[in-house]
Design a protein around this ligand. Structure first.
Ligand code: SF4
Ligand code: MG
Length: 326
């Protein structure tokens, strides 16, 4: 497998009026060409921070304070804004939760797709671009003749399809999707995910899919990483994560918080407690004050990442025994 993106020891902070917030605390992550990586974790775990770091679109108060983000051999952390402008939309695209913030209300959807093409495919003629706009509209399941309509003329699900069309217009190598279906109702969610899955296979686009919904991850991801307090605490193939075996106690907690419709329980068992204050992170394992297995050393020593095949877990429970443990 060929590496497309490799994040090494990424650190990101936000400086607010009162606090320095530690949003990413040593993230290591690889995405191979054409694969779909799911990133799961609660709100505030650092998922969006990681994606915005890749795009170099962190809010003004945010800064990358350490590490590297290699994309096809180029370190994006060191890349200039001019380099990033060329990459965005062309090689790396991002779609967000709310399609309305991504669409311009006063331009037709066709013109919005065309804008991306104009920017990145300057060699194409007007007729070629128009043909491409039609093609992309059809690709996301919208009749090409609707390209003359404005965003408000489309439903929520349709708007997100248009956002996806804009993101995929230049056939990027990497698509970052941050909760792309969260704002949509359940049946529409499923259709959009199905479409994204088909499209990424067709275009061989790699995708990082950020979600708090493990069901979505199970549906379309090849590999999965679980984030907590700005770190990846477990990662592996979809099989490693979803087919039994042993997990990081936080991952186990996440699984238990999915309602199991087959067992007729209507009660979620969310993990008790809250994620630590990112301005004041605890020593040792950052999950220790919520962990049912917390041991003494968990409060002082940061757990090392233990690897078995493709499966990695950062937890003291597994460190002692090595390898046969999960
Ligand atoms: Fe729990 Fe300790 Fe493992 Fe952290 S390192 S998840 S506190 S057992
Ligand atoms: Mg987020």
């Amino acid at each position: 497998e060929e590496k497309l993106l490799e994040i090494k020891d990424l650190h990101v902070t936000y400086q607010t009026d009162e606090d320095l917030i530690y949003a990413a605390n040593g993230i290591n992550l690889t995405v191979n060409k054409g694969e779909t990586l799911g990133i799961a974790g609660e709100t505030g775990a650092g998922k969006s921070t990681m994606a915005l770091s890749i795009m170099k679109l962190l809010p003004r108060v945010g800064s990358i304070t350490g590490g590297s983000i290699e994309f096809e051999g180029m370190d994006l952390v060191k890349a200039s804004e001019a380099d990033m402008r060329l990459l965005r939309g062309e090689s790396i695209s991002m779609i967000f939760q709310d399609p309305m913030t991504a669409l311009n209300p006063i331009l037709t959807v066709g013109d919005q797709i065309d804008e991306v093409l104009k920017l990145h495919e300057s060699g194409a003629s007007e007729a070629q671009r128009a043909a491409r706009v039609d093609e992309i509209m059809e690709l996301v399941g919208i009749p090409a003749e609707r390209k003359v309509e404005y965003p408000h003329q489309f439903s929520g699900g349709m708007k997100q399809r248009i956002v996806i069309a804009i993101a995929l217009a230049c056939e990027p190598k990497l698509l970052l999707a941050d909760e792309p279906t969260t704002a949509l109702d359940v049946t529409i969610q499923a259709q959009i995910l199905e479409m994204m899955k088909a499209l990424k296979e067709k275009l061989n686009t790699a995708m990082i899919l950020i979600t708090h919904d493990l069901g979505v991850v199970a549906e379309i991801c090849d590999r999965v990483a679980i984030m907590y307090a700005g770190e990846i605490i477990e990662s592996g193939s979809a099989e490693d994560i979803f087919e039994g075996g042993r997990h990081h106690p936080y991952t186990t907690g996440l699984f238990n918080s999915i309602p199991d419709l087959t067992k007729h329980t209507d009660r979620l068992s969310p993990i008790p407690g809250l994620m630590p204050d990112p301005a004041n992170l605890p020593d040792g394992c950052k999950f220790h004050d919520r962990c049912p297995h917390c041991m003494e050393k968990c409060t002082t020593e940061v757990p090392a990442v233990i690897r078995q095949g493709t499966h990695e877990i950062a937890c003291h429970l597994y460190a002692a025994e090595r390898c046969e443990c999960f």
